[in-house]
Design a protein around this ligand. Structure first.
Ligand code: NAP
Length: 308
């Protein structure tokens, strides 16, 4: 498995990572442990979780599953945002971040978080408050690298300026929703991330499974699949979605490849992308996802995909 550095200052990540938001939500501890073991055995070293996934069970299950193999992994997690119903007062976000970090370390059963994410920007707190609280955690060795998520292009630039001006650790990566069906971030977020030297970690890389080929136009969603059990993920699925899926699948087939391989390989071919964190609910899925990155798309392929 190819390894890539996360941005200007981050750790080396496997180009296919494992998104752990199914743990404790869709799958139980035993099934989560099996997915993590399969990932490690397939060469995946990057594991992405968050304080909010499964009400904390995702972090717990990931920590248990890594066990004595903790040092083989780069563990990324994200603090829970400040509750929306709690009025903002200076310092309250900083407290939330410190508490969140302690909770995550305990649940993960580890002494350090390799990459700690600001999960969502706080609409009321100044960005400095989060950045100073995160800097203190780095200083204490509880967190090794910092990253952001769901920031706009302007917010990415603002955060980088604050860090540079105040001598705080800079974010080295960012997570954004990006896949072959959802390319809006290419307009301003991706360019801002690249200018700031951030490694990009696209989330929903498989569009919740739409880019695996298992959902077909006019057919019922496969029983037990995400779109079948969580219909809100299917809210935006239209005929036009299937038009695009079918064109992409035909392109992949012309090259002797699958739609899943195209979804992973296309993201991996985008400048700035460090790791594609596909989620999985079974060892077979994670094995297929890990294999998918072996396709190297050429510039001609990328232009042909844009034209589709
Ligand atoms: P995704 O990777 O686009 O889709 C994952 C889902 O697709 C799986 O749960 C599985 O669902 C299906 N799937 C995966 N591999 C498959 C395969 N080989 N064959 C058939 N089906 C397959 O979406 P995601 O897991 O939600 O997103 C990836 C990660 O991004 C998350 O786990 C999380 O770590 C992160 N994330 C971050 C944010 C953020 O705000 N920063 C937001 C969302 C997600 P079923 O088996 O259930 O059908």
């Amino acid at each position: 498995m190819e390894a890539r550095k996360l941005g200007h200052d981050g750790p080396e990540l496997s180009v296919v990572g494992l998104g752990c938001n199914n743990f404790g939500m869709r799958i139980d501890a035993e099934a989560s442990h099996a997915v993590v073991r399969a990932a490690l055995d397939a060469g995946v070293t990057h594991f992405d979780t968050a304080e909010m996934y499964g009400g904390g069970r995702s972090e717990e299950f990931l920590g248990q599953a890594l066990g004595s193999r903790r040092d083989e992994a780069v563990v990324a997690t994200k603090y829970l945002p400040r509750p929306k119903d709690e009025p903002y007062r200076p310092g309250v976000l900083a407290e939330r971040i410190r508490t969140g970090c302690e909770i995550s370390l305990r649940r993960l059963g580890t002494d350090r978080i390799d990459v700690y994410y600001l999960h969502f920007p706080d609409p009321e707190a100044p960005m400095e408050e989060a950045q100073e609280a995160l800097a203190a955690l780095v200083e204490e060795g509880k967190v090794l690298h910092l990253a952001s998520s769901n920031l706009s292009g302007d917010q990415i630039r603002e955060a980088d300026e604050i860090a540079t001006d105040r001598g705080l650790p800079r974010f080295t990566g960012t997570q954004i929703e990006w896949n072959l069906l959802q390319r809006a971030v290419e307009e301003s977020v991706v360019p801002a991330a690249r200018e700031a030297g951030l490694g990009i970690v696209p989330y929903f890389p498989l569009a919740s499974g739409l880019l695996t080929g298992k959902y077909k136009r006019g057919e019922a969603y496969p029983p037990g699949s995400r779109l079948a059990v969580a219909p809100h993920f299917a809210a935006d699925v239209t005929d036009e979605t299937f038009d695009r899926i079918e064109r992409l699948a035909a392109f992949a087939a012309e090259h002797g490849r699958t739609l899943l391989e195209l979804a992973v390989a296309w993201l991996a071919a985008q400048p700035g992308v460090a790791s594609v964190i596909a989620g999985a609910t079974s060892p077979a899925q994670v094995e297929a996802n890990a294999r998918a990155a072996s396709w190297r798309l050429t510039d001609d392929d990328l232009a042909a995909i844009d034209a589709l």
